[in-house]
Design a protein around this ligand. Structure first.
Ligand SMILES: *Cc1c(COP(=O)(O)O)cnc(C)c1O
Length: 395
């Protein structure tokens, strides 16, 4: 059996997005800035995509800026707020310890430029509270950036409430909603969101395209200089097929959200139930305020990387929090942020489902993961010490 369970990393394109992209590539190859008919047909595609997406986010089409993805949108939102803050003498920025690196690394850069960056602790439930945000806000705070849902542990943050706190204090509020868009209901107006990042490939759209919502009247800094595309805020010939495919994917995801969410929640809860029977295991993050497709667990005494490789050999594709791709074996900053000890954080497994997964696949995972965990524990010196009582169980 083959099971793709890494949908938080990326998703397969849905048919609606693929069909739309192919149609666009065949029929609408024009440069949307050209004045002739071919160009104007491309421009009409852009307008239609912007209108469609705005409807699903609850904003005006003119408040959406197409980008190369979630990372660019995060960078642009934060750098814009910082630029505005610097002009007003406000150099304090609030965010959290478990943001995506697109946010954290942008903030590190700003810190070197003299901004004061305050990263809030995250409760072990994986939730940041509006009270925490309110307590951190100062007269010189220019921006609060808190993610909508975490990409590793899937916890959903109280965004509307945090937005209300920011609004009350006159502080800009940005949310990295890359894991939430197309999966959870979103209304930027009702949720008091000033800026929001999204990425198409996390909701069955194409890779390399996303968008930044920026509320009317809020200053936006250009990162890419050049032509006047995106109302002068993002230069470069628009990728019309990708943008149109993204809009089709969002439409498909939102129109089927309720149905998919119910199916996913059932599979997720069954998976958590099945894997929790493994001794000395723990589910990371709140189980209720959680993306419908996210399961994240730690198993004591094993290495996440070995677990992944053995599962891959059995046809199960998942992910671990460890940043092994970067060449370091540091455990996930997200798992450390919610207070897991290093040795436990190393043994993490993230299974992120999509509606394309089946209950049969879930049963297959429930059968295979315990086998692999046991196999690895039998070879693990750490597990040996735990069994002999030479080391204390943490979970
Ligand atoms: C995937 C992801 C990003 C980055 O999006 P890209 O489109 O891949 O640049 C940013 N934030 C979160 C929470 C993500 O999951």
């Amino acid at each position: 059996m083959f099971v793709y369970a890494d949908n938080a990393a990326t998703t397969r394109m849905c048919k609606a997005a693929r069909d739309e992209m192919i149609k666009c590539m065949d029929e609408t190859f024009g440069n949307a800035s050209s004045l002739h008919t071919t160009g104007q047909l491309a421009n009409e595609k852009l307008t239609a995509a912007r209108e469609k997406m705005a409807k699903y986010l609850g904003c005006a089409p003119s408040e959406l800026y197409f980008t190369s993805g979630g990372s660019e949108a995060d960078n642009q939102a934060i750098i814009s707020a910082a630029t505005l803050g610097a002009k007003k003498g406000k150099k304090h920025i609030i965010s959290t310890k478990f943001e995506h690196h697109a946010v954290l690394h942008t903030l590190s850069k700003l810190k070197k430029q003299g901004f004061e960056v305050e990263l809030l602790d995250v409760h072990k439930s994986g939730i940041v509270t509006p009270d925490q945000v309110e307590a951190a806000i100062r007269d010189d705070t220019v921006l609060v950036s808190v993610m909508f849902a975490n990409n590793e542990i899937g916890t959903i943050e109280p965004i509307a409430e945090i937005g209300a706190v920011c609004r009350r204090h006159g502080v800009l509020f940005h949310t990295d909603a890359v894991q939430a868009v197309g999966h959870l209901p979103i209304d930027v107006g009702a949720m008091n969101i000033d800026m929001l990042s999204l990425s198409a490939h996390k909701f069955h759209g194409p890779k390399g395209v996303g968008a930044l919502y920026c509320k009317k009247g809020i200053f936006l800094q250009t990162l890419i200089e050049g032509g006047a595309q995106e109302r002068g805020k993002r230069a470069g010939t628009e990728n019309v097929p990708a943008i149109s495919g993204m809009a089709a994917a969002l439409e498909y995801a939102c129109d089927n959200m309720q149905k998919n969410s119910e199916k996913l929640t059932k599979m997720r809860d069954r998976l958590i139930e099945g894997l929790s029977r493994i001794p000395h295991s723990v589910v990371n993050g709140d189980v209720e305020h959680r993306l419908p497709g996210n399961v994240n667990m730690c198993f004591e005494g094993i290495e996440g990387e070995s677990l992944l490789l053995l599962l891959d050999m059995k046809g199960i594709e998942a992910s671990s929090g460890s940043a092994c791709t970067s060449g370091s074996l540091d455990p996930s900053h997200v798992l450390l942020a919610i207070g897991l000890p290093h040795e436990v954080a190393h043994g993490s497994l993230r299974l992120s489902l999509s509606e394309e997964n089946t209950p049969e696949e879930i049963e297959y995972i429930i059968e295979k993961v315990p086998e692999v965990v046991e196999y690895l524990r039998n070879m693990s010196p750490v597990w040996d010490e735990l069994c002999k009582g030479e080391r204390k169980h943490v979970i």
